[in-house]
Design a protein around this ligand. Structure first.
Ligand code: B12
Length: 357
């Protein structure tokens, strides 16, 4: 029987199957489908998070709150019925820490920018759906959507105490993308929370930024501070920063759900560390010109903090390493760097190195 004469419900099931197969073909490890319906509890949690200032300087988070919880909003996709959630593991088990030595980059950010890698594939799925006659849009951070909440609702995983979407069997080192569509595809069952009494992430966060179950205070979160925050980092948080140069995985590294995996997924291989981290260490980043940084950061998440943020982080990391051999570079930066934030970070680092004697 040709597809055109199948009854509509069977057609939608076949469409769902086809989408799942295509998503797997694109390398996604998990796929789930959620019915568009109000996310009341999560919306309330988001509003509370914003009201308490937990978003720090990310004022862009204040915009589009209604859209984040309701993808059928006019600004995203009117008449949207389904959120298709795509998850890709970025865990490469056994990988040594990677970064501009002695700095370390969070796992998701060691290779190509995941927005490009996952986003291109999600867009292909949205284009396929549109060809089938269903208006659809792909999102990956680019459109406001509470991605973890939709992933939980789509049964892809559950939101743990560290606010991470944890996928049983894969762990939390997964990145998400979504396709919002008007096609009313069969929805999966939401997944219940499975952390139980475990509080390892709350205790394992170097700055105690997990202020309650599923609530991150970005003002203290090293991921926020190293990537999004502009200007100097609070002196009290510079030492806990340790070696984190870009992002932080501390609340995931201690999570029992992240143990025991042996095989990297297809997209984890595509997001594998690239050679820039061998070619540059923290001292070379401290000495980079804007032009050098522009070339160095192309296609990488390290572009997000900009040269000022990257050089600032490099100085903190060098201060925390406490190696006298870095003093000449730090002194040069303290005296000549164009940014006062970086000069301040270098002065702090020099003091810390000397205090080690
Ligand atoms: C802003 C942002 C940040 C900010 C703020 C983080 C935060 N916790 O909100 C900063 C810069 C700190 C950040 C850091 C990181 N991020 Co980020 N970030 C985002 C972004 C763009 C928006 C998140 C958001 O809406 N935050 C607002 C809060 C309120 O929402 P939420 O934590 O997602 O929502 C849950 C809680 O509020 C929870 N909740 C809290 N209290 C309560 C109470 C009740 C009763 C209920 C029901 C729910 C609930 O409900 C929500 C959904 O379940 C998303 C992409 C997206 N569009 O969703 C990526 C995203 C969340 N980040 C991601 C990643 C990978 C990270 C880092 C791991 C990067 C790193 N290694 O450095 C860290 C992890 C920090 C952490 N533990 O959360 C991934 C997470 C994937 C996953 N497996 O969960 C996302 C989804 C990006 C992606 N496309 O893959 N991030």
């Amino acid at each position: 029987m040709s597809r055109s004469v199948r009854d509509p419900i069977r057609d939608l099931d076949a469409l769902r199957e086809e989408l799942e197969a295509q998503a797997r073909g694109h390398g996604f490890d998990r796929v789930g489908f959620a019915r568009v319906a109000p996310l009341d509890r999560e919306a309330a949690a988001l509003r509370r998070w914003l009201a308490e200032g937990h978003h720090a300087s990310m004022t862009w988070m204040e915009r589009g709150v209604e859209v984040r919880v309701a993808p059928d909003h006019d600004e995203l996709l009117p008449h949207a019925r389904t959120v298709m959630v795509l998850a890709a593991s970025v865990l490469r088990p056994g990988e040594e820490p990677v970064g501009p030595s002695p700095g370390v980059v969070a796992r998701y950010a060691r290779g190509r920018d995941y927005h490009n890698v996952l986003g291109t594939r999600a867009k292909k799925l949205a284009a396929f759906l549109r060809k089938q006659g269903h208006p659809s849009r792909a999102t990956i951070d680019t459109m406001p959507l509470l991605e973890r909440a939709w992933a939980q609702r789509a049964g892809v995983g559950f939101v743990g105490k560290n606010a991470m979407l944890i996928v049983p069997g894969l762990g939390s080192h997964v990145m998400l993308a979504t396709v919002v569509t008007t096609a009313a595809l069969r929805a999966d069952e939401p997944m219940d929370e499975r952390c139980g009494a475990c509080t390892r992430c709350l205790e394992g966060c170097p700055t105690r930024a997990i202020v309650a179950d599923r609530v991150i205070d970005a003002r203290a979160c090293l991921s926020y501070l190293t990537i999004e925050h502009e200007g100097a980092i609070d002196p009290a948080l510079r030492e806990p920063l340790g070696a984190w140069f870009l992002g932080c995985d501390a609340c995931q590294d201690v999570c029992p759900f992240n143990r025991g995996h042996t095989q990297p997924g297809p997209l984890a291989r595509e997001l594998a560390p690239d050679p820039r981290w061998q070619a540059h260490d923290a001292t070379s980043i401290l000495g980079m010109s804007e032009q050098d940084f522009d070339a160095f950061s192309l296609g990488s998440p390290v572009r997000r903090p900009g040269l000022e943020g990257a050089a600032r982080n490099a100085a903190y990391v060098l201060g925390n390493r406490g190696d006298r051999r870095h003093l000449p570079v730090l002194r040069e930066a303290a005296a000549t760097h164009a940014s006062e934030t970086v000069r301040d970070a270098a002065r702090w680092a020099i003091e810390r190195v000397l205090a080690r004697e």
